[in-house]
Design a protein around this ligand. Structure first.
Ligand code: URP
Ligand code: ZN
Ligand code: ZN
Length: 491
């Protein structure tokens, strides 16, 4: 009789396509069997988890995480490195993160940025990981390297339509998309109109309006709506898949859904900040509103949240990622408060590093909201990211012989509600935007390739730094283009 490494018995197993009472056997880091409850009785195993009353899901895949990025804006580097960011991920039930390998405009080579990012991550990760390249210098050198990126297992890029330090001009975006089509790379687009934002910032500065809440004023929905429509138009023109990242505005989501209905290969992502935060969170006493400054900003309120939830339910949004982009709040050198200077004694929204932490709270916030059907929850927090970015069925699934044994196990019935405090979290940030929220769910176990790495009630973080592996990716089978072949000869 085979001896398994791990048995997970008596749980309600939920994947994107099925819910049922199954027992799971794990061998050599892989899912070996998923069989009706009771079928593994008497089987030998080194370890057994009794998931009676619990839910067993594929481990979370968070496809939008910023770790150990050097400063792009002023002096502020991200607060989490690969060690602290990935330990935070597994404590929140996420077993795979896709982080960013950023290219500064002064660096012509993407491969050099990839190498530097590998060095930062290697031997430091608690979770498995891969990288998207951020392409901010789309010169001939970078474009010529797309094929080599694919060889190196990188099947996605992010580009920006805003931020002076990162923004590509429209013709450069077309260059990227055209080559992305040839190399079958998915392009993620930060869709905000940089000119509208810069123009609005100037008007606000003339009126001496500097408080954090004016960050939201300076990033109006129209900036996102216009850029989203433009990105969709470019994707249709070149006939190449794109994913619009961190969508905050229901009106932008409408453009995405219209494009999808026309059969265009347009995917979209949203994040917890657009489901749980509002513009009011930027208007806290003192400079505290800076904690919730991200781009696009949280929108007005309930109606916006409702529109984004609906987009998750109806499939407009392919993925729910964290956009974990951590900056310390109270640090005189590199914190979100750095902008409090003699020139701006009350601070200035323009210089607040953009981004919020959230890799650890993404799954629990969404599940605690009890809004999505469980299979949909798995789809948008795990399976779809694996499919879109070339990790499926190794990740995001529980397919015997094919999937890694990555599991997140919840015990919703035995779980007592609790009030979230930053001190409970494992990131390297001095705040969470979700401080004081009542949480109804938190993962009891996180299992990565058959090893228990998070055991909430028995040691907490029990995984080891360096256990996380780099994941090579490939999206050559991605169903995307309307045309059967991506016919580049047309151009
Ligand atoms: O404000 C945000 N979203 N910061 C992170 C960088 C980005 O654009 O994703
Ligand atoms: Zn972005
Ligand atoms: Zn981001």
């Amino acid at each position: 009789m085979a001896e398994y490494d791990l048995l997970v018995l008596n749980g309600l197993v939920v994947t994107d396509s099925e819910t049922g009472e199954f027992d799971i056997a794990v061998k050599d880091g892989k899912i070996a069997k998923v069989v009706p409850r009771g079928s593994l009785a008497g089987e030998k195993s080194k370890k057994t988890i009794d998931a009676q009353g619990g839910m067993v899901m594929p481990g979370g895949v968070d496809a939008h995480v910023h770790l150990d990025e050097p400063p792009l804006f002023g002096k502020s580097a991200t607060a989490d490195n690969y060690e602290t960011g990935t330990r935070s991920a597994i404590a929140g039930g996420t077993t795979t993160v896709i982080t960013f390998a950023p290219q500064h405009k002064s660096e012509p080579s993407l491969l050099a940025c990839l190498e530097a990012t590998h060095a930062r991550a290697k031997d430091n990760c608690y979770s498995d990981y891969s990288f998207h390249l951020i392409c901010s210098n789309a010169g001939p050198k970078a474009i010529s390297e797309f094929a080599a990126l694919r060889e190196a297992g990188i099947s996605s890029l992010k580009i920006y339509m805003t931020y002076e330090a990162l923004q590509l001009q429209d013709s450069e975006i077309l260059d990227v998309l055209f080559e992305a089509r040839k190399q079958k790379i998915v392009t993620m687009v930060h869709a905000e109109n940089g000119a509208i934002i810069d123009w609005t910032i100037k008007r606000l500065e003339e009126k001496k309006l500097f408080a954090p809440k004016y960050h939201a004023t300076s990033h109006p929905p129209v900036a996102e709506i216009e850029a989203t429509y433009r990105a969709i138009s470019f994707s249709g023109f070149i006939d190449v898949p794109i994913l619009i990242v961190h969508v905050s505005s229901p009106a932008a989501a409408k453009h995405i859904s219209d494009a999808q209905k026309k059969g265009l290969p347009v995917y979209a992502e949203t994040c917890p900040q657009y489901l749980f935060l509002t513009r009011k969170d930027l208007d806290q006493p003192g400079f505290e509103g800076a904690k919730c400054v991200c781009s696009p900003p949280p929108r007005e309120g309930e109606q916006d949240h409702e529109g984004i939830w609906r987009g998750l339910e109806d499939g407009t949004f392919t993925v729910l990622s964290s956009d974990h982009c951590p900056f310390i709040y109270d640090d005189p050198e590199k914190g979100k408060k750095i902008v409090i200077t003699p020139e701006y004694p009350n601070g200035h929204f323009r210089y607040i590093p953009n981004g919020c932490p959230g890799v650890e709270t993404r799954l629990s916030l969404a599940l605690s909201a009890n809004r999505l059907k469980l299979q949909k929850f798995v789809e948008v927090t795990s399976t779809n990211a694996a499919k879109l970015y070339g990790l499926y069925p190794k990740k995001g699934a529980l397919i015997p012989g094919e999937s890694d044994a990555d599991l997140t196990i919840w015990y919703p019935e035995g779980m007592k509600e609790f009030v979230l405090k930053n001190e409970m979290l494992h990131h390297n940030v001095d705040y969470t935007p979700y401080e004081g929220r009542t949480m109804k769910q938190w993962p009891r176990y996180t299992v990565l390739r058959g090893e228990v790495v998070w055991d909430k009630d028995n040691g907490g973080l029990v995984g080891k730094k360096g256990y996380g592996q780099f994941l090579k990716r490939d999206v050559s089978t991605l169903a995307g283009s309307k045309k059967a072949e991506w016919n580049v000869e047309d151009f």
